[in-house]
Design a binder for this molecule. Structure first.
Ligand SMILES: Cc1cc2nc3c(=O)[nH]c(=O)nc-3n(C[C@H](O)[C@H](O)[C@H](O)COP(=O)(O)OP(=O)(O)OC[C@H]3O[C@@H](n4cnc5c(N)ncnc54)[C@H](O)[C@@H]3O)c2cc1C
Length: 339
């Protein structure tokens, strides 16, 4: 394993905000995880970091940051209909999606273009265009930090929900994910439930194939999201709020064109981006930070921002929406450090 003292993390997070950590440990093989735990290295403050694309460093982090950089995509079982892949935590998500597209393994094509590493994908149950990664995860493996024991959780035990899982709730801060297992279909099978995707495919005139679905998803994403090599961000900063139907009906009187979707018994999911837009914040810039003009869910660092500046702006957006519509937006992005 590689150990880097007093490491600057600015190039390790897609918000591109500066933050020092006391120590960065980069795990290069799975056997190093129990070794690290045996050294009591994670007794104090610690943080697991993948590609840093769902993370806001509000300040320096006084503790140990661990990256599981292990590589490898392994076929563990295969028949004519499906394949099971066991994938190491450090594999870039885009490499796995490309691998599946090339091999015509169906299931991940709607999730093309999401940054980050495989080890992080179960944490918030990444999702886009009608698909969530929980639809194809069979197993998540790793180690508990406090007990230092290995674990292997089947899909149902991961308690996946909308942008959440056991790893983001009960086990938060106490888990090192080392590999994720996926079951993908070898038979042609698409999820085109998302209207925008269907429209775009129709307009493209392309036949529906794994390549064309992925290409169309990429086109739609590029239109809405900043290029993270140029503008700092962590994707959607906010979750779409899920509220009781009665409250949704109250809001409908205030906003007749309110976007809402059914979200289980007596609940409705709203579009946080629409509320931010209607609160007059879409495209608003304050100092080095702002709400991205093409997608109101995304907060951006136009360059030179500290994490605290992004954080203060997040509070401003949240407060404005609350005052205007009585809805408290919840952050999707993990916040690290203190204001
Ligand atoms: C431009 C852009 C677009 C995005 N689009 C989407 C989208 O469409 N859908 C979506 O769901 N997300 C999206 N995201 C958010 C983000 O890419 C995903 O959440 C991604 O899975 C984060 O991966 P990461 O490796 O960067 O994780 P990090 O940001 O490094 O970490 C995320 C969380 O996982 C934990 N973690 C990381 N590695 C491990 C490990 N090995 N063991 C245990 N815990 C770990 C961290 O502690 C943290 O809590 C987007 C982000 C950006 C910048």
């Amino acid at each position: 394993m590689k150990i880097l003292e007093n490491q600057q993390l600015q190039s390790y997070n897609t918000f591109m905000v500066p933050a020092l950590c006391d120590r960065l440990v980069q795990i290069e093989s799975e056997e190093e995880i129990p070794q690290l735990l045996a050294q009591d290295a994670l007794e104090g403050p610690h943080l697991l970091l993948g590609g840093g694309s769902n993370m806001l460093f509000i300040s320096d982090f006084h503790g140990t940051v661990v990256q599981v950089c292990t590589q490898g995509i392994r076929r563990v079982e295969e028949d004519a209909r499906q394949v099971r892949l066991s994938v190491a935590a450090g594999v870039p998500w885009s490499d796995l999606v490309d691998f599946c597209i090339q091999n015509h393994y169906y299931g991940l094509e709607n999730l093309v273009g999401i940054p980050g590493w495989v080890g992080s994908c179960p944490v918030q149950n990444i999702g886009a265009y009608g698909v969530e990664v929980k639809d194809v995860i069979t197993k998540v493996e790793g180690y508990r930090i406090r007990s230092r024991m290995p674990f292997s959780l089947a899909n149902a035990e991961c308690r996946f929900g909308y942008r959440t899982s056991i790893f983001k709730t009960d086990w938060k801060g106490d888990v090192i994910i080392s590999r994720v297992e996926f079951r993908l279909s070898k038979e042609e099978h698409f999820n085109l439930t998302y209207q925008g995707l269907r429209n775009e495919l129709e307009q493209s005139g392309l036949p529906v194939t794994i390549e064309s679905v992925a290409a169309v998803v990429k086109t739609v994403r590029d239109r809405k999201l900043p290029d993270i090599t140029k503008i700092g961000c962590a994707g959607s900063f906010f979750k779409n709020p899920v509220i009781p139907v009665a409250e949704r009906d109250r809001l409908l009187r205030q906003i007749p064109n309110l976007v809402s979707y059914p979200a289980g018994e007596g609940m409705a999911k709203l579009a946080a981006g629409q509320l931010i837009d209607l609160a007059g914040l879409k495209g608003v810039r304050r100092g080095n930070v702002g709400v991205y003009p093409q997608q109101a869910l995304v907060l951006v660092n136009y360059g030179g921002a500290m994490g605290a500046e992004v954080y203060d702006f997040y509070l401003h957006v949240r407060q404005t929406v609350r005052e205007r519509f009585g809805i408290l937006l919840e952050a999707e992005v993990n916040q690290v450090g203190m204001r």
